[in-house]
Design a binder for this molecule. Sequence first.
Ligand SMILES: Cc1cc2nc3c(=O)[nH]c(=O)nc-3n(C[C@H](O)[C@H](O)[C@H](O)COP(=O)(O)O)c2cc1C
Length: 217
Amino acid sequence: MTNPVLEALAFRHACKKFDPARRIPDDTLAQIMNAAHLSPSSFGLQPWKFLVIANPELRARLRPHCWDQPQVTDCSHLVVILTRRERTLKLGSEHTRRVLAMRGFDEEKLRAYFRRIENYYWQELIPHINFYAWGSKQCYIALANIMTAAAAAGVDSCPMEGFDKQALDAALKAELPGEMTEDFGTAVLCALGYRHPDWQQPPRSRLPLEEVVRVVE
Ligand SMILES: Cc1cc2nc3c(=O)[nH]c(=O)nc-3n(C[C@H](O)[C@H](O)[C@H](O)COP(=O)(O)O)c2cc1C
């Protein structure tokens, strides 16, 4: 039995050398970003924003803040996945009210849902991790969907945590003040494009499946 998702996952590798001459067609890029848009998030709060940066000069200015990784400039599009900061994830914020109102909650249901979220925040989230880390976890789900949708369309990708967060956030604020506001911070990056003809993917390296997947009856 063929499984198109597994085929896409087999195609995907972290691409370290992109072909700078190739650009992803707009309709393919739209499909890939639709996968990000359809991603699930905890309580449905969608704590993200995706800056899809095609502009080569802008990517060249961002590259020094990304460990000078060549994928930033050689790829076709650099997706900067931003997570929301605490202020807009707090209950009663304009953002939380808006996303929950979109689900058609009336005031009573909204109050009950807020209570559940409040419980989660105070018992699980705040004592253990912060809002940035929590928002970023949701962003990584979108990251995975972007990579898989890209692979299904024959597009290569490289997920990237290798960046100086403070410097990159500051650069994005200076470059794109309308997009990168105080409400956001960079969670993770994803370079998208096509592998260079010279690029040899290394063999897949994974621990044995039986060791990491344990079925417990
Ligand atoms: C969250 C995350 C961050 C990563 N950051 C980088 C990065 O900054 N630069 C890079 O070249 N590779 C990065 N990688 C790629 C990993 O090194 C790669 O996925 C891993 O070695 C497994 O190889 P494969 O993806 O080809 O199967 C990252 C991967 C993930 C999942």
